[in-house]
Design a protein around this ligand. Sequence first.
Ligand code: GLY
Ligand code: MN
Ligand code: MN
Length: 443
Amino acid sequence: MRYNTAMNESTYKQRRDRLQVMMRDGVAVIGNARLQTRSNDTEYPYRPNSDFYYLTGFEEDNAILLLSKREGVFKTVLFVQKKVPEMELWTGERLGVEAAKRRFDVDEVFSSDAYREQLSTLLAEHTLVYFDLFSSDAVYTTLKEVTQEMLHTRAITISPRTFSDITKLTQEMRLIKSEAEVALIREALAITQKAHHHAMKVCEEGMLEYALQAEYEYVFKKEGAYSDAYTTIIAGGNNANTLHYIKNDQRLKEGDLVLVDAGAEYGYYASDITRTYPVNGTFSPAQKELYEIVLDVQLKIIAAIKPNGSKKALQALSERLLTEGMVKLGILEGSVKSLMDEKAHKQYYPHGIGHWMGIDVHDPCPYSDDNGEELLFAKGMVLTIEPGIYLPEDDDNVPEKYRGIGIRIEDDILVTTDGCENLSEGIAKSVAEVERMCQGYGH
Ligand code: GLY
Ligand code: MN
Ligand code: MN
């Protein structure tokens, strides 16, 4: 296992039990991710499917979980790759069926080769199948083929006729984080903090954006995070105005800011932090004016987070405050109300104020209930807060001194009993802190 976490098999068993309680009578099929080809016969580093990992803590390719429920009886079956020493010589040791039986508190463990046969046996007792849209194609194709065969066999009277998305249930489960999950996010953030502080110090004029990216990845890995939580954005100067800029192949210029959106993944939990800092270590007056506006809005939004609060309210507040700030700096002209009615601010603040974060950086948990009503904040939810202002260099409507500047400031927030905790509080953020760090002081 890559990570030593406080979570053990009883945690995963409890999650499976909870899911089975939420399910109607039926079978759920959840496959782990497969290795993805990069080119010819080389592969990308492996990352488990988030739901599969959430329910098993198992990191091996080609594993499948079947959960069934029938008249109050739950059954859990796990399929793992069988041991094949000649293969393991090349690709590494596998847990194998016998050790999996000892490790997992499930009813049965089979080799992955037995998936098709076991699935058809189990499906003969059920009309409802839940599947995971993010399972590998192979898992899904076998499910489809087995179902088709059953439908073609007249002697079979019970066969799957209703298909349902299991992620509807797992995503609900993943919305509230346990203390153990928050501890992993804290660890990811401790590593991310070191990376941002290190990079602020080594960043300099002429550096390639991807070289600065390497400084982040170096600290992530050195500090025990196997991977980043998403592809790092290193956007010098005007590149910051491309929201998901990941080419990272230009040189950093003297006098520019660099927007860096980078977070380590630890124990398969994300962190997601953006800092925008001066390449030469000192904000210009114009950069500082804009930065202070974004920072002030970010601090006010964070201060407003508490149980029963709503993301929509934060979005509206962020749009109003950023519009006020842009009017103050002469970037937008007119009354704040009419600008907002016309959505004029959207041109320079086009994205949302934040998103859920957890095993996935954009944790796909629900934002509204089955009636379309917004879910209100509750203790244990984790979300990002990331206001920004983006002013393209070729926009003649923007005062010249601000053109080509893009600023985003992003932190990760835990909703607590009576408010919230900024889990990334320790990462340099004020103008003075950022300049100090960039100039080589601080740690
Ligand atoms: N890193 C992607 C985001 O901030 O949402
Ligand atoms: Mn981000
Ligand atoms: Mn984010």
